[in-house]
Design a protein around this ligand. Structure first.
Ligand code: MN
Length: 324
């Protein structure tokens, strides 16, 4: 990381404007990493205009600096440096993608194993790190920056999101050592855990109940499958931020190896989310379905240009092959 952090430092030092962004529908790790690195860059290179693109949603709105995030629709293609974090350039919204393509320098900071360095001036990739926030912590140390409470809250949000509160297999001794350092700043970690992992809107709870009650089991009970149509979202007055956490709730059923959630984004566009207990590498599976797919072996996603029924048939066929 030392070498990469030095290269990143040199690259941002020469920039007048820097945009940080995660993929569409940013999760806790993405929001925490973007806002955290933005904080570090502002402290180090105060002359540059530094902004973070995205909508934090209700779940992350209380995090430090989240109120200053710029909606993707307001992003103009006018940035010296664009830094993509926690998910690669294939998952950017169209406005942010235009800014990315127009940028003088393009950077990726990511821990997804399916992300490659192609198309970036600087690629900092670390699939062995549990979270992109963990990578920001390494950049902080390489830059000998200051870990204040604001930064600690952001990085804590990311690390608990990506490890499911230190329960998933990606949790390492280094993860707990990082968490200990974050807690030593005196943050109210329990409040962050409630906001990021536990609390949801009433619409979200009702949506989860509907998806769970209509869930299907396939392939001898080894695959659980949930479906969210636009009609269901409008009936419950729910939105895409209410979907978070539902695919996890479908995985821990006795006998289930893989859970998949199909969400209709618009007519003919279906988003897939996968979770796996380890027997099936769902990042590979997502990648095999479309180039707009990828992630981690046990948590991945993809977008299919087809309707829910077609998408379901395609996914179930691929899962049947993966399990046989
Ligand atoms: Mn992540």
């Amino acid at each position: 990381m030392e070498q990469h952090a030095a290269e990143l430092d040199a690259l941002v030092a020469g920039a007048r404007s820097i945009l940080l962004t995660g993929p569409v529908d940013p999760d806790g790790d993405s929001v925490g990493a973007c806002l955290g690195l933005a904080r570090l860059i502002r402290a180090r290179h105060g002359q540059a205009r530094v902004a973070v693109a995205g909508d934090p949603g209700a779940r992350y709105a209380g995090l430090p600096d989240a109120a200053g995030m710029l909606p993707d629709a307001d992003i103009a293609p006018e940035w010296d440096v664009v830094i993509v974090m926690d998910g690669d350039k294939s998952r950017l919204t169209s406005e942010v993608d235009a800014a990315f393509k127009a940028a003088k320098k393009r950077v990726i900071v990511d821990h997804h194993g399916t992300t490659t360095s192609e198309g970036y001036d600087l690629a900092i990739l670390s699939p062995q790190t549990e979270s992109t926030c963990g990578m920001v912590m390494e950049i902080l140390d390489a830059w000998q920056g200051t870990l204040d409470q604001g930064l600690a809250k952001l990085l804590y949000a990311g690390v608990i999101f990506d490890t499911g509160g230190f329960r998933y297999s990606n949790t390492k001794p280094s993860t707990h050592r990082m968490a200990a350092r974050l807690l030593e700043t005196g943050i109210e970690h329990d409040r962050i855990a409630v906001a990021v992992l536990m609390e949801r809107r009433a619409q979200g709870l009702k949506l989860a109940a509907r998806v769970q009650s209509t869930m299907e089991l396939h392939h001898q009970g080894r695959v659980s499958c949930g479906v969210i149509s636009q009609a269901l979202l409008s009936e419950l007055d729910a939105n895409s931020t209410d979907v978070e956490g539902i695919v996890e709730s479908l995985l821990y059923l006795q006998g289930v190896q893989v859970s998949v959630l199909l969400s209709e984004r618009s007519p003919g566009v279906t988003k897939l989310s996968f979770r796996s207990r380890g027997q099936v590498d769902v990042a590979q599976l997502a990648r095999s379905l479309t180039t707009r797919g990828g992630g981690h072996p046990r948590a991945a996603g993809a977008t299919l240009m087809m309707d829910l029924e077609q998408g379901k048939a395609k996914v179930l066929a691929a899962l049947g092959a993966a399990l046989s």
